[in-house]
Each structure stands twice: as C-alpha cells, then as structure tokens.
Ligand binder design. Structure first.
Ligand code: AMP
Ligand code: ZN
Length: 506
C-alpha cells in the first residue's frame, strides 16, 4: 500500500498528524431546492422523518425494498450522528390510488374480492411478510408504523379544513382539491417542477375527468361505489379517502405541522408528494417538510421494477435461490452490500454478475473485520487512522454517499491486510479507533449483518442439528417440513444450500 494521489489516505510522513476527528457537517440533497443543503434540524438534536410506506395488497418486491433499505441506512446514520430520531413510516391499507391512466383504483379491495376475504386480511397477510422481510434485510423498525384505516377521522378533519380555507369543493358526495384556486396563493408544482399547462397536455387524452371542475384537481374523498369493500362515514356521505390525504394526516399527527425530512421513492414525487404539499399548505398553511428526499429506482434491464410490468422478483426469492433471474441464492448481507454500492439517488440494476462481484467484495470485507481482532499492534502507525475515519464520516456527510463510504472502508481493509502481512504498522490506540469505527459503519450504519457461521461454535452445533432434522425429513419425502425449515432459516438470514453432497449454510 503506498500513498498515491488517487487515494484519499496518505502516509503519515506526508501530512501533519490529526489526532482528533469530528463528525463534520451533514449535507442533504433537497428535492425541493434541487441542491445539497446543510442539514439543520428544526429542533437541535432531534429529527422528525416521515417516509411513505408500502401499499400492502401484495408482497413488496425487491424494488420497494430498495427504497426502504435506503431510508433505513439514512435513519441509521442520523442515529450514528447522535440525533434522537422519530421515524414514521405509514402502511397504506385503504384508499383509492389514481393509476397512471388517471383512473381511481382500490387495489386492496380488488385483491380481497379475488381471494374472497376481507381487505384487512389481505393487508395483515402482506404486513406479516413485510415485517419478516425487514428482519431478513436487517432493517431497524421505525418509531411508529401507523395505518391509513386507523386515521380516517384525522383525514376527514384535514379535508374539512381545506374546504373551510376555500381550496376544495364537494361534488356528488366526493371532495376534490381545487388546484386553480390553490395556485392563486401557492405554487402548485413547487416540488416536481410541473407546470399546470404541461399537465393539461399530459391528461388531455384521458377521458376519466368526469365530475372534477378542472383536470388537475384530485380527490380528497371518494363517494362509495356499491361494490367498495371498505367504506367509512363522512360529512359528505359514505366513501373512502383519496390516495394522498393519509400521509398529510399521519405525518402531521406524529411529527407536527412542520418536520425535518419527508422521503419516498422518486416515482412518488408527482403526484403524491406534490399533492401532499398542496394539502398541507391548503389546511395548515405550510409545506410540511424542510427536506424532501427521493430514493431512486431498482431497474431490471434498465426498466423500473414494477408489479404492473411483471419484471419483478421478490426479496425472499433471491435469498432462497428461487428467483428465475439468478441461478443461486445470495445472503441478505450480500444483497444489502450491493445496494449500498449505489448511491440512493442513482438507479441501479441487480444482475447475477453484480451480485457475484458483491459476494466476493463482501467476503474480503468480513475477512478484514475478523483480522481487526487478530493483528498485532506496534509502536507507530504507517497511516493516519484519524484521517481515515474522517473519510468515513465525510462520505456519509455528503448526502449519505454509501458507495463513497465503501470505497473509503476498502482503503482501511487494504491497510489491515498490510498490517497482517507485516508490511505496515498500527498502534494500539489507532487499532482500537479503526476497529470501533469500521464495525460501527459496516454494521450500524450500512446495516450489513455480521456473517453467521464463523467461530460461533454454539450456532454451528444448533445448525448441525437443524440440518440433520431437515435431512431426515427429506429422506422421508416430507417436503413440507423440509421447506418449512429452509424458509424459517431464510427468515432468520441463514441460507441453506443443497447439493449432491448434502446441505450447508451461510
Ligand atoms: P408502493 O407499495 O407501490 O406504494 O411502493 C412503496 C415504495 O416503493 C414507494 O416509496 C415507491 O416509490 C417504492 N418503489 C416502487 N417501485 C420501486 C422500484 N422499482 N425501485 C425502488 N423503489 C420503488
Ligand atoms: Zn405518502
């Protein structure tokens, strides 16, 4: 390892020694201004963060998980910086969503009819799955996961305020947001940059404009259809809430009229987040969030992964090795590691090649972390460890730049390997600092779970027993039990691989 201009780390002899490192100033890209801004929370030391959660009419796909994993990393870094964070992520279990053709749909109701069960059975089933996925992918639970159905009254009250303020009108038992009226006072398009005239062109061909007074108006409350599966009482008659109002109701209920961060996938910027801002201004008189953050899409061959395109795979399928696109299973740690190698604002593709490369890199990473416990300290250090650690913070302070963090961590991996090979030295204090911070950034911030397996003899013993029991089930052709064991282990982040020589795990 030598000091080159390309490396951000230089030999000690070339720089003055920095003994202390500060955590630096966090900068966040704000979609509202289109620039990176210094992060200053409304209340010192506290952060309120709201992220739009899943609509649970089916199992979340890997693309959905990418957005939630990215916000999990953001949450984790805010915690690492010492903030007390209230992280609210909702569950959409009601409401009509306007699809890309401008038509109002109730996907949960549709799924319930298809399976001949109640809508909340659908939601419960997929929420159980979603909670399992969060454990498998080592995501921290948010502070609260409120549901739309639990906040119908709050939604009604906000709609009443918007009507009172003159920004909505009632038509045949439905309530619509009056975009033209709103635009006289506020800037509709402030977030997405859409201009009302351009919107008009986009929607001109659509015929579902029905009772709205203006094509860009959107539903706050929809009158019930005779075949609606979920219906609530309201001052305007029986019906159900529009798509956007739940987030206005739940974010302000738990975080206040104004809070620090509002996040979601890039595809939610318009209309969902634009309409949320309109609802908040229209009821409370202010934009709810200081920083609007948008995570970019997981693509498949350059196209957004989506249920409607049919180009999706499920988060457990890759772990279990049953996803069609991949011919072997990958551990959740490797998948998360790959995700962290793309910045949250960039698109990414997940391919067998990218996962294979990530698997190798992940192995090198974990080996170096093991070495941190084993290398011998010396009287001096070859490299400036404090500057190295600064580099970890600098990367994440630059709008949560996880790929840059990983690149910087790899410099530390090279250093540790050199120490182990006797080609470099490190003092006891530096080793302690590097060890503490590397582990913290890898496990606590990037959320990459430590490898199972390893030296853990108790776990190895338990796994030997579990695999023996599974082998016994397989030899008796008890496939149900065998699959149950494999799926249960996958849910705990342990992948069982079967081969002609037997089964092993990692
Ligand atoms: P939904 O359940 O459709 O409301 O989506 C939940 C979250 O997943 C939203 O924040 C979406 O923006 C996000 N999302 C949907 N598709 C993708 C994708 N292909 N890549 C990344 N995020 C996605
Ligand atoms: Zn939302």
């Amino acid at each position: 390892m030598c000091c080159s201009n390309k490396s951000i780390f230089v030999c000690k002899q070339h720089i003055s020694i920095k003994m202390n490192h500060s955590t630096g100033q966090l900068k966040v890209y704000n979609s509202l201004s289109g620039t990176k801004e210094e992060f200053k929370p409304i209340k010192d030391g506290f952060v309120g963060m709201y992220v739009c959660g899943p609509t649970l009419y089916s199992e979340p796909h890997m693309g959905n998980m990418r957005t939630f994993i990215n916000f999990d990393t953001i949450y984790r870094y805010l915690l690492k910086l010492g903030y007390k964070v209230k992280y609210v992520r909702n569950i959409t279990d009601a409401g009509h969503i306007t699809n890309s053709a401008g038509i109002s749909e109730d996907n949960i109701g549709k799924a319930a009819k298809l399976e001949q069960v109640q809508p909340l059975e659908i939601v419960y089933k997929f929420n159980t799955k979603f909670q399992e996925l969060q454990r498998v992918y080592n995501m921290l639970p948010p502070s609260i996961e409120p549901t739309a159905t639990g906040h119908i009254q709050e939604q009604i009250e906000i709609i009443e305020k918007i009507i009172e303020n003159g920004f909505a009108y009632v038509k045949n038992g439905s309530v619509y947001f009056d975009v033209r009226k709103y635009s006289q006072k506020y800037n509709y398009g402030i977030l997405s940059g859409r201009k009302i005239d351009e919107l008009e062109q986009e929607t001109r061909e659509l015929n579902a404009q029905d009772e709205k007074e203006f094509f860009a108006d959107f539903a706050l409350w929809k009158k019930a259809n005779p075949d609606d599966m979920q219906i609530w009482r309201s001052p305007w008659g029986d019906g159900n809430p529009g798509w956007h109002i739940e987030c206005t109701a739940m974010s302000t209920k738990y975080l206040g009229d104004q809070f620090d961060i509002h996040g979601g996938g890039m595809d939610l910027k318009f209309p969902h987040h634009e309409d949320e801002i309109a609802q908040n201004c229209g009821s409370l008189g202010c934009n709810p969030a200081r920083y609007w953050m948008h995570a970019n899409m997981l693509n498949v061959n350059g196209q957004k992964m989506s249920k409607s395109f049919g180009n999706y795979f499920l988060p457990l399928e890759i772990v279990e090795g049953t996803a069609e696109l991949f011919d072997k299973p990958y551990s959740p740690g490797v998948i998360r590691f790959l995700m962290m190698q793309s910045h949250y604002r960039s698109t990414m593709d997940m391919t067998p090649k990218s996962l294979d490369d990530a698997e190798k890199a992940y192995g090198r990473f974990m080996d170096a972390i093991d070495l941190l416990e084993k290398v011998q300290a010396s009287k001096e250090s070859t490299y400036d460890v404090s500057a190295m650690v600064d580099g970890f913070y600098d990367a994440m302070n630059d709008d949560f730049n996880a790929p840059m963090l990983i690149a910087n961590l790899f410099e530390a991996v090279k250093y540790i390997n050199s120490v182990n090979d006797g080609k470099a030295m490190i003092t006891k204090d530096d080793l302690e600092l590097l060890s503490r911070e590397m582990k913290s950034f890898v496990f606590d911030v990037l959320g990459i779970a430590p490898l199972t397996g390893g030296d853990d003899s108790k776990l190895n013993g338990v796994m030997d027993l579990v695999l023996d029991l599974r082998q016994k089930a397989r030899s008796e052709k008890d496939w149900g039990t065998s699959d149950q064991i494999r799926d249960g282990l996958a849910a705990a982040g342990i992948v069982v691989k079967d081969s002609k020589d037997g089964s092993n795990w990692n």
